[in-house]
Design a binder for this molecule. Structure first.
Ligand code: SAM
Length: 320
């Protein structure tokens, strides 16, 4: 049953984004129904077979440690959740974070998650790549509590939570990370496909404000990537300006970074750029929507930092 009216602004946005009229209507239909609440369970211990929720099959690229769960499932209220046996996240987040799994060389890497709260991508990266050190940064003070409590509950090791503006973090860390994750703040358009509110999310001013902020964040985040290291840029919004637009702008400004293919996501290759990057659309039936691009730094870099200047809010070595 439709729960939302599609405004003229939203329709105009969709028609500009999606040229194929059938696809465009399917997209608008998914926004209107607002039922894309596909969830996932990310196992941090060996998977338990007897769970009181339905596990859905597919897609074939789904990481082995992730279950897709039925929309009616409430895994977060199971005692195993409190024990840190798993972390619950949207399946769209699994889509973007799964890019980590495409690069086995990242196992044991130094990982920096620039926009980390409440912790989904940090926990995914920790599970997928067993980092030698994971630095989870969150600039908004009131969001750091949830981040720390999730990392503590999930017994994440070799990890620190810090709070810095990305520009300051880049100065402190220097070019030291094998993987930098930027799960950027965005206009939040996919919230509509989940049936949630996201006021003004299709307004050009909102999109522009976010795209400008994303450019600042990705530029500063790139300064933390070591020579040969990777930068993963992701959002949960649809606007081209915040996704392919940011990627293309960044690569033009930073020619030493090359966008890489993610083989298991090829079926989701974005048609909105000639660069390799990937989209999950709400009408595809796997979640509310996501975008991800992976870049490798192909220049030699040697810019030392001084980690003693980190504002560390939590350190796993002190809490286990
Ligand atoms: N990565 C998280 C996860 O998977 O659980 C979700 C991150 S959310 C999409 C974006 C985050 O960016 C928010 O926690 C927000 O507080 C943070 N943020 C907002 N403004 C920022 C800025 N100017 N620089 C860096 N991070 C910012």
């Amino acid at each position: 049953m439709p729960i939302a009216e599609i405004s003229a602004l939203t329709r105009k946005f969709a028609q500009k984004l999606i040229q194929n009229s059938e696809e465009c209507e399917a997209f608008l239909g998914a926004l209107q129904v607002g039922a894309c609440r596909d969830r996932a369970v990310l196992w941090l211990v060996e998977r338990v077979n007897e769970v009181p929720w339905q596990v859905e099959s597919g897609p074939e690229w789904r990481p082995t440690f992730v279950d897709r769960v039925g929309t009616g499932a409430r895994p977060g209220s199971h005692p195993l959740h409190e024990q840190g046996a798993f972390y619950c996240l949207d399946f769209s987040s699994v889509f973007s974070a799964s890019a980590v799994c495409a690069f086995p060389e990242l196992v044991g890497a130094k990982v920096v998650d620039i926009c980390a709260a409440p912790g989904g991508k940090s926990i995914f990266a920790w599970r997928a790549a067993s980092p030698s050190i994971l630095i989870s940064n969150e600039v908004i003070g009131k969001r750091t509590g949830a981040l720390i409590s999730n990392l503590v509950r999930c017994k994440i090791r070799n990890a620190r939570v810090v709070r810095h503006d990305p520009e300051v973090l880049a100065e402190i860390l220097g070019t030291s990370a094998d993987l930098v994750i930027v799960d950027a703040p965005c206009s939040g358009q996919s919230l509509i496909a989940k049936g949630e509110d996201s006021p003004g999310c299709f307004h050009p001013a909102t999109i522009n404000m976010n795209a400008n902020r994303q450019r600042r964040i990705i530029s500063n985040s790139a300064k933390v990537v070591a020579g040969g290291g990777m930068l993963m840029y992701m959002t949960c919004t649809y606007a081209r300006e915040e996704n392919e637009g940011v990627l293309e702008w960044f690569v033009k400004k930073n020619p030493s970074f090359r966008a890489l293919s993610v083989p298991h996501l090829e079926a989701h290759h974005s048609t909105l750029s000639s660069l390799p990057c990937y989209r999950l659309w709400p009408q595809q039936g796997l979640g509310a929507g996501a975008f991800v691009a992976v870049l490798r730094c192909e220049e030699e870099r040697d810019c030392g930092g001084d980690e003693s200047k980190l504002h560390v809010l939590w350190d796993s070595s002190a809490s286990h």
